[in-house]
Design a protein. Structure first.
Lengths: 298, 291
């Protein structure tokens, strides 16, 4: 894992016997800026990083911006401090969920990610309602790391997370920023240049006080492409997500109702129905352009 | 690595080494800032004229530097300037998650409660009466992250366990097969977890990895020994064979706990609409704190 810049800056200040306030004065920035660097809330701009580097190089011959990429021990050695004196104490906190599969996800996203970018309306059974539905919004776009970033929201949820395409699936990991609950999803991703519909299963605790782990099918339909203006897309998403997500069963087509609300279990199995909740590709409604008639016409 | 991405990496390295911003380089070469940023993110390579000027700029500080040097591997390129890039950190791939710092802090604080060896019980796919046992090892790594290994029949997946609020989230990955497995279980803020249950989205072994939602329970079968290698060997031994529950070995009550009828027809009969694992009937339990 990579050591946070804030830790490296703390080390540098310690070695150079500089206070945060004095550093702020030397760099001619506000004290609060330096404290945000030290807390890890923000990283210095390229301009400030070069000023900071110049300040260190005035005391450490040949110190360059590249030296900030050393690990903590390497940085200590570069500054002429004892590398053994750092790295003790509390273990460093990793910056996120460690996943070996991520490099694979980045290359798959580079190949297929554009197909899943856009604004979608997602329909699922309302876990709190008596057979009614929820229509929520999903905004999917690639970020600077080459991963698909997801914003998902309706009345009760404001989730931020990721869509990870792999083989014929789209894996979703998101966190509701208000309640802190994590949401998982596995969707069938149509292998086309542009996904118009994808469906799958979602698993999450309910947002109510019981926080009951609950699973259900979800159906997502494209309502718009990205406009090219990221802020405009986010505003449009926020406007849509601010609406009431509750959708009466009568407003959902019978076919979609049956797709999203199924009888399953041992008794169903005896009757020739489903034993477990699944979303096999053969039953999936996922499609791209020309990949089948819209749901309502099938 | 394509030639433009290698050029991009080398140019990026050089700018860092010179503590120079892309904007300053752009003004030095009298080109637009956006041109330099396209070079730096590998979208474009400089024209012959710009490459010559850029090379001259470097050669002024580093005599002997020529255009061919841009084609060197980053390590060899850095060595030209007396820098060992092997000393740089390779960041491990991590997925940024809102709230991750708090989650990691919780795992570091309460993680010991979840460490150990567990046996799962979950329904087989083919129908009622059939159950499968997987084995799971939970162990904190050097950074306090609760690492998971789960396996059965010689096949295993790695993962991460996140105790967070009253839930236990589990994310497994199989980098070779290219699949993931998600689970949300009921947790307890207790000294040592013995049994926990919840729901899991499990990939199938068919070609398209058809996912199935199933209820599952994990029961502790042992503690970590403190010797990581011995624990690894124990885990390997546990997952070597195929573990299917012997017919009749799963008590009726547990069978009913894990396999239920749900859906609109059940709802009409007073049952449940969706697969859930509410805390009210959860079998999650912990042992009291040890002295």
């Amino acid at each position: 894992m990579s050591t946070a810049f804030s830790e490296k800056l703390r080390l540098v200040l310690k070695v150079l016997s500089l206070s945060g306030a004095r550093l702020a004065g030397e760099l001619n920035v506000d004290k609060s800026v330096v404290s945000r660097w030290l807390s890890g809330a923000v990283q210095p701009s390229a301009h400030n990083l070069s000023l900071l580097t110049a300040l260190v190089s005035a005391r450490t011959e040949g110190f360059s911006t590249l030296d900030w990429e050393r690990d903590l021990k390497g940085l200590a050695a570069r500054l002429g401090a004892d590398p053994g004196a750092v790295g003790g104490g509390a273990p460093p906190t990793p910056a996120g969920l460690p996943l070996a599969i991520l490099s694979q996800a980045v290359s798959t996203t580079a190949l297929r990610g554009a197909a899943y970018e856009g604004l979608f309306r997602c329909t699922r059974v309302d876990p709190a309602g008596a057979g009614d539905f929820l229509s929520e919004q999903a905004l999917v776009r690639r970020d600077e790391r080459g991963l698909l970033r997801l914003s998902f929201g309706g009345g009760g949820l404001t989730a931020e997370g990721w869509v990870i395409p792999m083989h014929s699936q789209l894996y979703v990991i998101a966190t509701d920023v208000r309640s802190g609950i994590m949401l998982f999803g596995v969707f069938n991703g149509p292998a086309s240049a542009r996904a118009d519909v994808f469906d799958g299963l979602v698993l999450a605790p309910t947002v109510d006080i019981g926080r009951t782990p609950t699973a259900m099918p979800m159906y997502c339909e494209r309502i718009a492409d990205l406009s090219g203006d990221a802020q405009a897309d986010e505003r449009r998403f926020a406007d849509l997500a601010a609406g009431d997500p509750r959708t009466p069963a009568a407003a959902v087509s019978e076919r979609l109702r049956k797709h999203l609300l199924r009888d399953i279990g041992p008794a169903q199995h005896v009757l020739g129905g489903d034993f477990l909740l699944t979303m096999p590709i053969v039953r999936s409604l996922a499609r791209g352009p020309g990949g089948g008639a819209p749901l309502e016409e099938r | 690595m394509s030639t433009s991405s290698r050029f991009a990496e080398n140019l990026g390295l050089l700018l860092k080494l010179a503590s120079m911003s892309g904007a300053r380089l752009a003004s030095g070469l009298a080109v637009n800032k956006s041109v330099v940023s396209r070079w730096l993110n590998g979208e474009a390579r400089p024209s012959a004229a710009n490459l010559a000027r850029l090379t001259a700029l470097v050669a002024a500080r580093s005599p002997g530097f020529g255009e061919a040097d841009w084609e060197r591997e980053p390590q060899g390129f850095a060595a030209l300037f007396g820098v060992d890039v092997g000393a740089r950190e390779q960041p491990a791939p991590v997925l940024p998650i809102p709230g991750w710092e708090e989650m990691a802090a919780t795992a570091a604080l309460r993680g010991a409660a979840y460490e150990g060896f567990f046996r799962t019980t979950r329904p087989g796919r083919s129908g009622p009466g059939e159950f499968v046992h997987d084995h799971v090892m939970v162990r904190r790594d050097g950074e306090g992250v609760l690492r998971l290994r789960m396996g059965n029949n010689g096949v295993s997946m790695g993962g991460v366990l996140i105790p967070w609020h009253s839930q236990i989230y589990m994310i497994f990955e199989d980098a070779i097969g290219g699949t993931m497995l998600f689970a949300v279980f009921n947790g307890l803020g207790a000294a040592k977890i013995e049994t926990f249950d919840g729901l899991a989205l499990v990939p199938g072994f068919d070609l398209t990895h058809t996912f199935a939602l199933m209820a599952a329970i994990c029961e502790r079968v042992g503690d970590l020994s403190g010797d990581a290698e011995a624990d690894d060997r124990r885990f390997q031994a546990l997952i070597e064979t195929r573990h299917e529950a012997a017919p009749g070995s799963i008590p009726e009550a547990l069978q009913r706990h894990l396999v239920r009828d749900v859906g609109p027809a059940q709802r009409a009969l007073g049952g449940e609409l969706l697969p859930t694992m509410p805390l009210s009937r959860s079998m999650t339990r912990a042992s009291p704190a040890r002295s």
